[in-house]
Design a protein around this ligand. Structure first.
Ligand SMILES: CC(C)(COP(=O)(O)OP(=O)(O)OC[C@H]1O[C@@H](n2cnc3c(N)ncnc32)[C@H](O)[C@@H]1OP(=O)(O)O)[C@@H](O)C(=O)NCCC(=O)NCCS
Length: 378
């Protein structure tokens, strides 16, 4: 018998779980790079589809390659009538994130024998999933709003499709551009965040890709992870106006509650994705009066947190400001995290492929036993 006696590392803090060359988080300097390119640069004029190509290929696509991946995502987003009906039915029962998780699992084939050594097949299934998950978020949004199904249009960009299906109207060029940047911004964030680590763990069991992404969606749903953008905007709604921020936050901090949108295991400075979102928030004509108020509230909260908690390393993360911009795009609050999932599916499927290519050893850590010694029943 092997006794499991290693020292516990709570949350696996500081423990490397994979070798990766996809996205790099510089927590001290406050930078995020995909394949060596900074997130600030990648969100200035590139299409989300081209970023999917970059993540898979390791280099920026030329026009032909970008068109090829765009066509693959477009072809891959097809859903059967039964899948659409299932998504619409589940949307009536539960939060959109759980509806998405359930429906993505149901996209898996009837067989359970994914050929993990065929890396091209893994890539094709992954690109398909990027298309399908975005489409499903739109289907669930239409059903939740009581609207009939109105699916993807030929030639429509991923950002346009997701936003149009969620809001029920054609986005303006500005809204499509902002949505495209948000999709890029949230596409990947190292192999070791909870959702992507989940992807790696489930991949190591040789599961089907749809099953892997469904598990990752479950992981992302929690308020300590992707769900924080929803919690942040609900906080702003509760605060109501910038005039209330000081007293509301003083009470909240006195109760030692966690402030959504602050803190990160890796970033020791302001999350670089916040700066990109703030650049988007500053786009002429994007924020209406309501969102300008939310934005003022978020800036005041940032100031209060800087004064009182910066010494403890609590800085804004991506979720403090993202909700303000989602709100400006007319996206219902319940759909902030599903959009995050649609975007992050790109990173998840590329991590799945990288995990497969690395030899894919089954994750099987150990535990520290703190229970009873073996003892007789009688
Ligand atoms: C992201 C998060 C889970 C990281 O947590 P972590 O690295 O495990 O840090 P810990 O939970 O160990 O917290 C360390 C300390 O900071 C405090 N803290 C962490 N985040 C805080 C927050 N957002 N507001 C107030 N205090 C916070 C904890 O209460 C703890 O204090 P203590 O030592 O007095 O008990 C955490 O910061 C959090 O819950 N943030 C809010 C949710 C959020 O925005 N998530 C999105 C992440 S992108």
């Amino acid at each position: 018998m092997t006794l499991e006696t290693s020292a516990l590392i709570p949350g696996l803090e500081g423990v490397p779980i994979a070798e990766s060359s996809l996205s790099q988080v510089d927590g001290e300097g406050g930078h995020l790079y995909y394949r060596g390119y900074s997130i600030e640069d990648l969100t200035q004029g590139m299409q989300f589809e081209a970023i999917v190509a970059l993540l898979f290929d390791g280099q920026l696509p030329d026009t032909a390659r970008a068109s090829e991946v765009t066509r693959q995502i477009e072809a891959g987003r097809t859903l059967t009538d039964a899948q659409i009906k299932l998504a619409r039915d589940v949307a009536q029962l539960t939060h959109p994130m759980f509806a998405l998780q359930a429906t993505v699992a149901a996209l898996a084939p009837k067989t359970n024998n994914f050929n993990q050594v065929d890396f091209n097949a893994a890539q094709a299934r992954g690109i398909e999933l990027v298309g399908k998950v975005g489409h499903l978020v739109g289907v669930i949004a239409q059903a939740a709003a009581g609207r009939p199904y109105d699916g993807p249009r030929p030639g429509e960009s991923h950002a346009h499709m997701v936003l149009r299906m969620i809001t029920g109207h054609d986005p303006s060029a500005l809204h499509e551009r902002v949505m495209n940047s948000l999709l890029i911004l949230q596409a990947d964030h190292s192999a070791a965040n909870a959702g992507t680590f989940t992807t790696r763990v489930v991949t190591s069991t040789r599961a089907e890709p749809e099953s892997i992404i469904s598990a990752a969606i479950a992981s992302l749903s929690g308020p300590a992870h992707g769900g924080a953008n929803e919690a942040a905007i609900r906080l702003f709604v509760n605060i109501g106006s910038a005039a209330n921020v000081e007293s509301y936050m003083s009470d909240l901090l006195a109760r030692r509650e966690r402030v959504p949108g602050f803190g990160h295991r890796i970033y020791k400075v302001k999350d670089p994705r916040s700066a990109v979102i703030q650049r988007l928030a500053d786009e002429e004509g994007l924020l209406r009066a309501k969102e300008q108020e939310f934005y003022r509230i978020s800036l005041d909260i940032e100031e209060i947190m800087r004064e009182r908690l910066a010494a403890r390393g609590l800085w804004p993360n991506v979720d403090l400001f993202s909700g303000v911009v989602f709100h400006a795009l007319d996206i219902p609050i319940d759909f902030f995290t599903p959009i995050f999932a649609a975007s992050r599916t790109a990173g998840w499927v590329v991590n799945m492929k990288e995990q497969l290519e690395s030899g894919n050893r089954l994750f099987r850590p150990t535990q520290v036993w703190v229970g009873e010694a073996p003892r007789p029943v009688h």
